[in-house]
Ligand binder design. Structure first.
Ligand code: MN
Length: 493
């Protein structure tokens, strides 16, 4: 049933549309991309240091890159298999315009996972527990020029709340700096709260890092959900079936059974080691700091696993963060302002900082309320532009046109200095980032632009120029003839 039919059948919106390909694992999706000309296979040996990421970056947004001979490894590396909005919509089984609605429906109707036994779990076909050497086992790339070595960039970090047992899923950057030790960045969200709780009790926090899952499970991990809300249940809803999970071999964490590779371990209490620098999503480096440490207890994987790496700040990375955020921001804004019809985190604003809002304004002043509401939704939002419903918010030129013709800075600009912004935005920090204590980092001025036209206006002033029939022109049929007639005409002079 398609999305429209689903909506008229008693809101059974967690039933996904029928897809003619297998999305239950990364393999199904890669086979579908390959069958439709969207995989570039590189079979010549490439270095894990910079060369692999350089090639993947060149292909980002065009084709998924598959490296058959990365470093000295027999395990292929894949990158960029969800680097276009249209591909992500396709994986979800909806039209691009229904992406956010579909994600929100899944987040509102989570499906609990189902546990299977180890011998049936693909991710545990091969188990390593002794003498683990991550560098020898896995092809982990070093991406950017000043990165401090190899980083796992596409690992789903799964942990259990030490008090409630409910799991959390997030993607954290992980620096692999020893055979069985990794440093991890914990931003002040759910995994960080679990770690603080365990550390206060003097305990390690058991974790698992799942690498190589399908696009839907990747997206679900980025949902902005309350604490004690297992993101794997959103993945189940996106799949339209409970996610099969399996218990780790060295701890109680449940991981997607279809994952290509799982690294099991524990975040050690009261241990910090140097992490960074690392090139992050704003296309700048994070400085080296002392971070939490994972001690690895096992590596499990499929018989012939595939390793996934995300090239930082490229489209796969940006879209993965943008779509779940947009879905959350849209529902947040619509709660107070039903006239909000769509939102978009622009690519130029690194899919985090600049929010474009399409809004059916009914009364003067409302657009400024929408701006204030957006700043309250997430500290990353730095600039908000509100436009009317005739403006295409997925086209940067349309946004600039709206600002050029419907915005006056003395009347329509909202500035809020001294607010908290993204600590990764380098323009927020005064002086050297390393010098600023953490409570002084990320101080930012919010800027809102009301680029809506007045509710009431004289027709000749704000009526957009339109040529009747423009949208209905069937160019393909009209231009089917060759130029022979015209060429003959030209030659007659
Ligand atoms: Mn969470």
């Amino acid at each position: 049933m398609n999305q429209r039919e689903a909506a008229t059948h008693g809101g059974e919106t967690h039933t996904p549309d029928k897809r003619d390909f297998d999305i239950a694992s990364l393999r199904g999706w890669l086979a579908h991309l390959s069958a439709t000309g969207r995989v570039a296979t590189i079979d010549k040996p490439v270095s894990l240091k910079h060369e692999l990421a350089a090639i993947a970056k060149r292909l980002d947004g065009k084709q998924a890159a598959v490296f058959l001979a990365p470093g000295d490894h027999a395990i292929p590396v894949v990158s960029g298999f969800m680097s276009k909005r249209a591909w992500i919509a396709e994986a979800m089984g909806v039209a691009e315009k229904d992406l956010l609605k579909r994600f929100r429906d899944a987040a509102d109707n989570p499906l609990p996972w189902t546990e299977i036994v180890s011998r049936e779990a693909a991710c545990q076909q091969v188990v390593h527990t002794d003498g683990i050497d991550l560098h020898a086992l896995l092809p982990i790339p070093t991406h950017s020029e000043h990165d401090n070595g190899p980083y796992i960039t596409a690992g789903l970090v799964i942990a259990r709340n030490p008090r409630t047992g409910v799991q959390n899923v997030s993607i954290n950057r992980i620096q692999v700096h020893a055979r069985d030790r990794m440093a991890i960045l914990l931003l002040p969200r759910h995994l960080h709260a679990f770690q603080k709780e365990a550390e206060a009790a003097g305990d390690a926090l058991d974790v698992a890092v799942a690498i190589g899952v399908d696009p839907l499970t990747m997206l679900a991990s980025q949902a902005i959900s309350p604490i004690d809300f297992d993101e794997l249940e959103i993945a189940g809803a996106l799949h339209g079936a409970p996610l099969p999970v399996v218990k780790c071999v060295t701890n109680q964490v449940r991981v997607p059974a279809f994952a290509e590779i799982v690294i099991e371990g524990r975040i050690l209490p009261d241990v910090r080691e140097a992490e960074g620098p690392f090139g992050e999503f704003p296309k700048y480096y994070s400085a080296q700091e002392a971070r939490e440490v994972i001690e690895v207890t096992a590596v499990t994987h499929r018989r012939n696993p595939i390793y996934h790496t995300i090239v930082p700040a490229e489209m796969e990375h940006l879209l993965l963060g943008a779509i779940p955020r947009e879905a959350t921001l849209l529902s947040h804004l619509q709660r107070s302002h039903p006239g909000v019809t769509d939102v978009h985190l622009s690519v130029g604003g690194v899919c985090r900082y600049h929010l474009w809002v399409q809004f059916a304004k009914k009364r003067e002043g409302e657009a400024k309320n929408v701006i204030l509401c957006a700043f309250g939704a997430h500290y990353d939002i730095k600039q908000v532009v509100v436009v009317d419903t005739d403006v295409d918010i997925y086209d940067p030129a349309e946004i600039e046109w709206a600002i050029a013709t419907r915005f006056q800075a003395d009347r329509d600009l909202v500035l809020i200095p001294g607010a908290q912004g993204s600590p990764l935005d380098p323009s927020t920090t005064v002086g050297e980032p390393e010098d600023a204590p953490s409570h002084l980092q990320g101080i930012s001025t919010k800027m809102g632009l009301d680029a809506t036209r007045p509710v009431v206006y004289a027709g000749h002033v704000f009526t957009r120029v339109r040529i009747p029939g423009h949208d209905a022109v069937d160019l393909e049929t009209l231009t089917a003839a060759d130029n022979a007639a015209f060429d003959t005409y030209l030659s007659q002079s």
